[in-house]
Design a protein around this ligand. Structure first.
Ligand SMILES: [Zn+2]
Length: 193
């Protein structure tokens, strides 16, 4: 069954150990922020620092593993038709829109959509880690300068993760203009046995 996350919104759900999560970009050029917590201890969650250290690359794709803050394997990328994602930047939030876009009025954000989806499990706003930003294109040049570019995902591109533990997942259709080439599209996901 394919679930759909409407533009600029988020959902939460559980994924059992040794099952699969497929995330689809139905219209192309749309980022999905993914956070994951150990279902049995919510103080264990995905860590970009541990993952980039162990995988020795900032660009993760098929064969790479996402590790927790306790160095456990959480998710393994087993299929990836897009091939370009980001694990450097934290979820967009109200301050992102103020600092980068000079928007002061209320703006939807991944951080808010993540914690509002996850609060029924006891996750607070400050417990939202740096997300694995599915389909997000962030370039780093040889001076270290970072650029957020339009996603390379074409309509129908997808990524499949294998869960290495029982997980609580938060997933969004990202709300940031620059990350999504200035138009907001849905994201789809499927839980596979
Ligand atoms: Zn976002």
């Amino acid at each position: 069954m394919i679930h759909e996350i409407a533009p600029q919104s988020g959902q939460s759900f559980k994924v059992k150990k040794n099952t699969f999560l497929k995330i689809i970009c139905p219209e192309g050029e749309q980022v999905a922020d993914l956070v994951a917590y150990s279902l049995h201890d919510l103080n264990e969650f995905i860590s970009n620092g541990k993952t980039l250290d162990y995988e020795e690359n900032i660009y993760l794709t098929t064969g790479n593993i996402i590790y927790s803050n306790r160095s456990s394997q959480m998710l393994e990328i087993i299929e990836d038709t897009c091939g370009r994602h980001d694990f450097l930047l934290a979820p967009c939030c109200q301050n992102t829109f103020k600092k980068i876009y000079n928007i002061t009025e209320k703006h939807p954000s991944c951080r808010e959509n993540l914690y509002l989806s996850l609060e029924k499990y006891g996750i607070r706003e400050d417990a939202i880690p740096t997300a694995f930003n599915v389909f997000m294109k962030v370039d780093v040049d040889n001076t270290g300068k970072i650029s957020v570019l339009p996603p390379t995902a074409n309509p129908g591109d997808y990524i499949v993760f294998k869960a290495h533990m029982d997980l609580l997942i938060g997933l969004t259709s990202c709300s940031a203009e620059q990350s999504n080439n200035y138009s907001f599209k849905p994201i789809q996901y499927e839980l596979l046995g």
